[in-house]
Write a protein that binds this ligand. Structure first.
Ligand code: SAH
Length: 497
């Protein structure tokens, strides 16, 4: 395969992997936000060039938070532009009419003043330019639209200090055209690195450590990995911060296990950042877009961090899923447990349980908890976490949640409440049809992708369940993503709820 083909197939793979990860995907345009009236754009065309600067007024937002403007009978999308604002926009007439906001002439009242301007909307902060109220309205509208068939969602639960909330960062390393080392994020659907030193969303300490590592690479003659030539060493650095515990994990993701100057590197890194509590080396020699490989080696500390959530203590491995915004997670879990309406006797299934967080919190109010999760490291963490917190009534199993539920249904087992929190791609028919067979009184559905959530809820509604509550939670401020927890009740029970 040629290099270009290689890259193309990787980028394609990257798109499909993104679909299966927990982060929500971009959503389709909202139907009701079509621009009205005549095109308001004034064309200031520069003859013979592909780029033109136009003056245009924004008439609405796409579901990705981009401003909609009309130009020459076409609907264009402009990042960072708000409804009602008139602006100068550079339009590239080549190919897909890409746009770039040049200058806002009349800033909207919805515009915010972020604490600092270093950002890149490609890197995830799609709506950082909206103030808190505007973000709230935007997300409420998204969820109201998607959940329309089931009823009216409650007001979204927002975050008081909506910056620096991410407890996990992954930065990719490479060389720029001047052959200087850069660290940053991949531009959407590509393997092009957008250099980024500081983000509105990251824990500032994590950004600082990444910059230290970048600075150390030169003196340690450590090269970033080059995907095209297969040369070099460091691919990514993953940092997890225990927001409550203060513990910090650094994972150096390398293409090879041969780490020259390892001891001195670790010593120097710890000297600059004594707050680091564990360092791991993860080997990823694959040619795809997964950040972490299977093999890992603890270079310093215990190889995991602990954090506190809802009054319990959780141990977290590098490869396990852990909610990225712990402040909002506590609010989300509280709502989920409320919706489960536990009185101490119920059998609760915690499906897609990760490191057991929801199940262990629920176990305090339930008869017993059965957790199921695909990732074996996460299941090991869940079992450890159960012991660590002295929980006696929870069991965790490794496997596909759908298959597990099919077997439970076949054995004629009983479940009073099913709490489900699948990845962004949602659940599947095996799982949902088994839920219907098991006939739990209540299903509590937690999701970071309301589109697949609505699809799965429709299945349950068509098969004997009724939606009783829809609670959106803003787990990802400054981004277009929205999380929701919903409560579904079996129709025979619904009368009593
Ligand atoms: N409830 C947990 C984790 C939610 S993330 C929490 O709140 O932290 C979704 C989890 O589903 C991830 O841990 C992922 O590894 C797991 N998963 C993905 N596909 C799965 C499947 N088919 N069966 C079981 N678990 C799966």
């Amino acid at each position: 395969m040629t290099k270009q083909k290689n890259r193309k197939s990787r980028d394609k793979q990257y798109q499909s992997e993104k679909k299966n990860s927990k982060q929500p995907p971009p959503q389709r345009n909202q139907k009701n936000l079509k621009s009205k009236g005549k095109p308001s754009a004034t064309d200031k065309k520069q003859r013979g060039q592909n780029n033109v600067t136009i003056e245009a007024t924004c008439s609405g937002l796409t579901s990705e938070g981009k401003g909609i403007v009309q130009w020459e009978g076409k609907q264009l999308e402009v990042a960072n532009l708000l409804p009602g604002e008139t602006a100068e926009v550079v339009v590239s007439k080549k190919g897909r009419f890409n746009t770039e906001l040049k200058r806002v002439i009349n800033p909207s009242e919805d515009r915010s003043n972020p604490p600092f301007t270093y950002y890149h909307e490609d890197a995830g902060c799609q709506i950082h330019h909206m103030n808190d109220q505007a973000q709230k309205r935007f997300k409420q509208k998204t969820i109201d639209e998607l959940m329309k068939p089931f009823g009216k969602p409650d007001p979204i639960i927002t975050m008081e200090h909506p910056y620096g909330y991410r407890n996990k960062n992954v930065m990719t390393f490479g060389l720029n055209n001047e052959r200087q080392i850069v660290s940053g994020l991949y531009a959407p659907n590509t393997h092009r690195i957008i250099p980024m030193e500081r983000s509105l969303l990251h824990d500032p300490k994590a950004d600082e450590i990444i910059q230290t590592i970048k600075g150390m690479m030169k003196s340690f003659k450590m090269q970033p990995y080059n995907e095209d030539t297969g040369r070099g060493f460091l691919r990514h650095v993953l940092i997890r911060v225990g927001k409550f515990s203060g513990e910090i994990m650094v994972v150096l993701v390398a293409a090879s296990p041969v780490f020259k100057g390892k001891n001195n590197f670790i010593k120097a890194l710890r000297k600059t950042h004594p707050e680091i509590t564990t360092i791991l080396l993860n080997i990823n020699d694959r040619n795809d877009s997964m950040v972490l490989g299977d093999q890992e080696k603890v270079l310093f500390g215990k190889g995991t961090i602990t954090d506190n959530l809802c009054g319990l203590e959780f141990e977290i491995s590098a490869k396990s899923f852990y909610q990225i915004n712990p402040v909002q997670t506590e609010k989300l879990y509280k709502k989920a447990i409320e919706m489960a309406e536990l009185i101490g006797e119920e059998t609760v299934v915690d499906a897609y349980c990760g490191i057991g967080t929801i199940g262990l919190v629920a176990s305090q109010k339930a008869g017993k908890v059965i957790g199921v999760e695909l990732n074996k490291d996460a299941v090991r963490d869940a079992i450890r976490n159960s012991k660590r917190n002295g929980v006696k009534n929870a069991r965790f199993y490794q496997g596909d949640a759908g298959e597990f539920m099919v077997q439970m249904a076949a054995r004629g087992e009983n479940a009073d409440v099913v709490i489900m929190d699948p990845p962004r791609s949602g659940s599947d028919e095996a799982f949902l049809s088994s839920v219907v067979k098991l006939q739990p009184k209540r299903v509590v559905y937690v999701s970071c992708n309301p589109e697949t959530q609505a699809r799965d809820m429709k299945y349950l509604v068509n098969n004997g369940y009724e939606v009783k509550k829809i609670q959106p939670v803003d787990m990802f401020p400054q981004t277009v993503h929205v999380e929701a927890v919903t409560k579904l009740v079996r129709k025979e029970e619904a009368g009593n709820q």
